[in-house]
Design a binder for this molecule. Structure first.
Ligand SMILES: [Zn+2]
Length: 406
């Protein structure tokens, strides 16, 4: 079965993740897809396919050569973003797209235009795949899933290609930051892996943010407002001053790009008695997170002193820049570059202004940069991919299998 046909099948299963659920996977649809994928992998001829009780699928493409070879892995996630409807996805293939506007039929206000999207205009002539206008497509990351299955099928059908054992894992709940939570690195047993969850052909990502989240809590004192003179201390007013004084022209998501970090207040729980603000700290250099934390603390203490509240801080680590690990094992990224070059493409290397499962897996003992999967406009009704990019994704995996046969 072609990678496109696999992709078109996988996107019809609703696997939208749900942050409010505490089970793993967070939604039953993810398990439905995992079982279907397990059947597909068995049909290809993989013997050891398992789906564990938390919804993680693992399988092996057996080695075609005897002797010690590094075991490498490929990882994709089955869930889709909670931010957008993922039920009843109706994928549409626009064959040999001629560059004209693509109007999505279920909502004619949803239009893909070459002029607005350089990545799309670079794909004129491709078979473009979109959703129908009311849902996401789910190329993030069913493109990666389809690429991994199609590559496994190709390798099994071509035993003359020399390679060691290749592990495959499909994880749940990446979109809600839990994809690495129950990933059994020891059982996976690979020395490195590649997540297949990136953008256009040639993209290779091996730097992510380092990330902490802070809770800043202002402690006030509430009384009946009619009799509050010289008694009430309003925590909301301290929090408002605090947020207003956080940097705007620098160190904020709205004004930074590339390698710049930021502090980002994104949630407030407010009452007179107690108001807490959740603040994301992001930087590519992990030590800079401490500087951002001190800045937040200083601004908060000033606001608290002016209003007369108390203030308390909690900091929680989220993930770290995978490059800290990958720099110690340069071959992993180097071989990905080489695989991409062998397809006649130029590697496009950009820092991720966020984290991937690979950011956490890398620090759990499984170094894992991210390969392109042909994902565009993800988490959106205008999400699209192309058959040609999916096929290049399959070839990248096959080339990596060859390259690691040493
Ligand atoms: Zn993804």
């Amino acid at each position: 079965m072609s990678v496109l046909d696999r992709f078109l099948r996988y996107v019809t299963v609703d696997t939208r993740a749900d942050e409010s659920s505490s089970s793993s996977p967070s939604t039953p649809g993810q398990l439905v897809l995992q079982r279907l994928l397990a059947d597909d992998l068995r049909a290809i001829g993989l013997a050891d396919v398992t789906v564990d009780e938390h919804g993680y699928l693992m399988a092996t493409v057996p080695a075609t050569v005897a002797g010690d070879r590094p075991v490498i892995g490929f990882i994709a996630h089955v869930d889709t973003s909670p931010e957008m409807d993922g039920a009843n996805v109706r994928p549409l293939v626009h064959r040999a797209w001629d560059g004209r506007d693509i109007v999505l039929p279920d909502d004619p206000s949803a239009v893909l235009r070459a002029a607005d999207d350089p990545a799309l205009s670079a794909c004129i002539g491709h078979d473009i795949v979109t959703a129908s206008g009311t849902t996401l497509l789910g190329a993030d990351d069913k493109a990666g899933v389809a690429i991994a299955v199609a590559a496994a099928e190709y390798l099994v059908a071509h035993p003359e290609i020399p390679h060691g054992a290749i592990r495959i894992a499909f994880t749940p709940d990446e979109e809600i930051g839990r994809g690495a939570d129950r990933f059994d690195v020891a059982r996976f047993g690979a020395q490195c892996a590649y997540t297949i969850d990136g953008g256009g052909a040639g993209e290779l990502e091996y730097e992510s943010f380092s990330a902490d989240v802070m809770r800043v809590t202002f402690l006030g004192f509430n009384t009946h407002p009619g009799y509050a003179r010289k008694k009430m201390v309003n925590a909301i007013k301290a929090a408002a001053r605090f947020v207003d004084r956080l940097p705007r022209e620098r160190l904020s998501p709205e004004t930074t790009a590339g390698y710049e970090g930021y502090v980002h207040p994104y949630q407030i729980e407010a009452s007179v008695d107690r108001t807490s603000v959740r603040v994301l700290l992001r930087d590519f250099a992990t030590p800079a997170l401490r500087d951002h934390q001190r800045l937040v603390e200083q601004v908060a203490r000033e606001a608290a002193a002016e209003v007369g509240t108390g203030v308390r801080f909690e900091v929680q680590e989220q993930y770290r820049n995978m490059r800290e690990v990958l720099d110690r094992h340069p071959l992993i990224v180097e071989r990905a570059r080489e695989a991409i070059r062998r397809l006649g493409l130029t590697p496009i290397e950009r820092p991720i202004r966020g984290g991937t499962d690979g950011s956490r897996l890398s620090f759990m003992g499984l170094p894992a940069p991210n390969l392109f999967a042909g994902e565009h406009n993800f988490h959106s009704r205008l999400e699209w991919t192309s058959r040609q990019e999916l096929e290049l994704g399959v070839r990248t995996v096959v080339e990596l299998a060859r390259l690691w046969n040493t």
